[in-house]
Design a protein around this ligand. Structure first.
Ligand code: ADP
Ligand code: ADP
Length: 230
């Protein structure tokens, strides 16, 4: 049940080829880890899949249809949401605005503030957050801001959620909470993709792992097929 599929993705920066014909596909209800050392091409690949970079070669299909997008907004509108390491939100705006601004104005933007705030509270409750949605986002911890970013990326028809090293600035307890949220979204049928450096996160959380090295895909396997001791 593939939702997003990329084939032959190539990306060239000056005289350096960062991605060399990479194939990758993401399935509904599956958590997919992207593993590889620094410089392997992981960030470049997810930036291409989320519209931040344009590939120099290759094709992308969403639910079997060829798609192309040149901005993260366009990718998001198709249901491909992303959360970067530096939380990509607006710290001086309210939590509520951060969730909904620029999204389907017919459903949210044009209604009054209290209705929008009530919607924000309802959405965040599903993520285990009970916070003041009228407070500035910056008043909350990085972990909470990241959950707001995930909610923003997923709500309103998200199909694919792509996370760049989501645990990088979280403590152990916050990581557990994040994993719980990821498992919930997986159960809702999303395809979830995350970059990690940690093998234990591959085994604990992921259904499938793709390894990149030096711009090539060196493997893509169901985690259940891997030998944990190997
Ligand atoms: P990873 O995320 O696996 O650490 P990256 O995708 O960030 O790897 O980088 C892959 C290669 O592409 C690296 O050699 C990196 O320096 C290069 N690269 C990434 N982004 C750019 C860019 N905007 N301009 C030039 N080179 C880049
Ligand atoms: P991000 O990963 O958020 O894009 P980076 O720190 O990777 O931020 O890059 C900051 C800026 O430098 C970006 O404009 C990016 O395109 C560029 N860049 C990243 N890696 C390289 C590189 N190896 N050579 C040249 N420019 C790069």
């Amino acid at each position: 049940d593939v939702v997003l599929e990329a084939r032959g993705i190539t990306k060239i920066f000056g005289n350096h080829t960062a991605l060399k014909g990479v194939d990758i596909s993401f399935r509904r209800g599956e958590v997919h880890a992207l593993l590889g050392e620094n410089g392997a091409g992981k960030s470049t690949l997810i930036k291409i899949l989320t519209g931040a970079y344009t590939p120099d070669g290759g094709t992308i299909e969403l639910e079997g249809q060829p798609v192309s997008f040149t901005t993260p907004q366009q990718a998001q509108a198709l249901g491909i949401g992303t959360v970067y390491q530096e939380v990509n939100l607006l710290p001086n705006m309210t939590v509520s605005d951060n969730l909904f601004i620029g999204r389907q104005p017919s459903a949210f933007g044009m209604v009054n503030r209290s209705a929008t705030d009530a919607m924000a509270r309802t959405v965040l409750a599903q993520y285990g957050l009970d916070i003041d949605v009228r407070a500035e986002l910056s008043t909350y911890s990085v972990a909470i801001q990241q959950i707001v970013a995930i909610a923003r990326a997923v709500e309103l028809s998200g199909k694919v959620l792509i996370l760049d090293e989501p645990t990088a600035s979280l403590d152990r307890h916050e990581v557990e909470k994040l994993f719980e949220i990821i498992r919930t979204l997986k159960a809702r049928g999303l395809a979830i993709v995350f970059i990690t450096h940690f093998l234990d996160q591959v085994f604990e959380l992921s259904d499938r792992v793709t390894v990149l090295r030096n711009g090539f895909r060196v493997g893509s396997e169901p985690v259940s097929a891997l030998d944990r001791t190997g």
